[in-house]
Design a protein around this ligand. Sequence first.
Ligand SMILES: [Zn+2]
Length: 686
Amino acid sequence: MEKRQDKFKRYTITSALPYANGPLHIGHLAGVYIPADIYVRYLRLNEKDVVFIGGSDEHGVPITIKAQKEGVSPQEIVDRYHGIIKKSFEDLGISFDVYSRTSNKIHHETASEFFTTLYEKGEFMEQTSEHYYDEERNQFLADRYITGTCPHCGNENAYGDQCENCGTSLNATDLINPKSALTGNKPVMKETKHWYLPLDKYEPWLRKWIIEGHKDDWKSNVYGQCKSWIDQGLHPRAVTRDLDWGVQVPLKEAEGKVLYVWFDAPIGYISATREWAAEKGVDWEPYWKDKESKLVHFIGKDNIVFHCIIFPSMLKQEGSYILPENVPANEFLNLENDKISTSRNWAVWLHEYLEEFPGKQDVLRYVLCANAPENKDNDFTWKDFQARNNNELLAIFGNFVNRTLVLTQKYFDGVVPEITSLKEIDNILIEELKTYPEKIANSLENYRFREALGELMNMARLGNKYLTETEPWKIFKTDVERVQTVLNLSLQICANLALYAEAFLPFTSTKLYEMLNISRVLWKNGGGINLLKAGHPLNKPDFLFERIEDAEIAAQLNKLLATKEENAENNIQVNPQKENIVFDDFVKMDIRTATIIEAEKVPKTKKLLKLKLATGLDERIVVSGIAEFYKPEDIIGQKVSVLVNLAPRTLKGIESKGMILMAENAKGELCFVQASEEFNNGSEIK
Ligand SMILES: [Zn+2]
């Protein structure tokens, strides 16, 4: 373990820059910030030279659109969310050395310089192409600034990159009747020049560096995604945009153009390091340019291509930078079996959690690490949150510490007793305790945070088992000396828990150190039984964790239920009207009232019912796809409307003569359409 680390003199640890157009939710935390913070705390406990970098990503079109909708400047939007995000990180104990933002001057300078270096080296391809342009505003239109009719479903409010009604991804030029979202005018096509990063040129190098070089040390989900991107073939990617919000392209001929947000955002890590170094009075460059520095990017899986392929290509071509050693991206966290979504408000928002569960930062940190989506998508549920608090943190960790401290208070007046003599059970305990520092470190070095946290809990389990087996409360009256040894060893485990919990549960660690009345211990000094000296006075014990009651969980579930209901009300979508037909088209259809007189399921199908209808004209068989909504026995006698002159069709070997009319809602549920009075069968509907 030590050897692996010693290869590097210093550590540059970045975490994805959250986009400053909304607050943070648990998905961000589980995917990126909790594992990054654990890793960094672990390095600091090992006295490593480390800089932990975070910051807000404040450029890009979604921010300008939000600003426009609210009638404020983009700067006001990013100021608002940067403030909320920064504060909630601090309150959760995410221990950034610097939390910067890409609207800072130093970032504009750094990104500009980076572009210029690549430009002067001739790395970019220049290409002119036609894009939509709003003549009234004298502005090129980003895809999100163009709306029009979707060519696939007819939705009139599709965006230039996607139709949100049918989910098809589009090019702006696919839209029928395109309109500028700024003025409502019809945009014109106009030529514009952009600069492209020729990723296709870097393919052989990327293949060697990732596919050959990182087969064994990158996570399989990350490696697999990179391989699939490279195997599909890489294409040049534009690094500039026609927009007025962002880092100006530092070329005379590029007035009114900014760096594309994916180009400038990762450079934000470098800018933030410069900001931190300037404040600290140290040189930033070794953290990014010295081969003895280890660069690790913590990100979610949606960012893999940017951090494994594009940014490393930029760093490589620039020439003076090191490359990431690892990019331990996580998969996604879902909430109560549904995808977390900002637009549907389906999330647990960090700033709300911190208000509603004061003092319980570590419970969230624990649950999000214990259940982290390390190799596959995972689900956060409030029931699991409650169970992990009550059955794990409280029942295992909290219970062990509390029993040990309360017994010491009771029997020895809160003073650490001495070890009198060691029995075999004690020696086994001591030997096992010794193994934990390396076990936990080994998991952390390999970015297996769940496993590492599991080992910390095993240390508490070890303590509980020891107390249960030695039963000091039973022997105190007869063998005080034995109880002294048992409680001394139990207290040593408590001190070790305080040490190793610092990486995962920093608030709990601080509280436990206070109760033990000792100061922080380094990783290398743990694992033994010498952290507390005999005769050392402890402080009064207090509870580390509290039970979370059903009512608190019910309140959270009700909140989500209310969101679900609100979404359902807002989401009632009506399909657009079909093309006009003439009256003659309509009168060709012979629709009659009828009654269902027999009904049975069509075997081996899920949807079909075989129905016999009295139509007034005859009795006939109609096969209808309504079995998911009606049971055969419930619809005998049901009045229906039926298209009787539809040419007969054979379904599953049954001839169906006609079609029953059904109403269908947005969820795809069906119900019968019937005459509102008791008209006789065979009455015409026209
Ligand atoms: Zn569509």
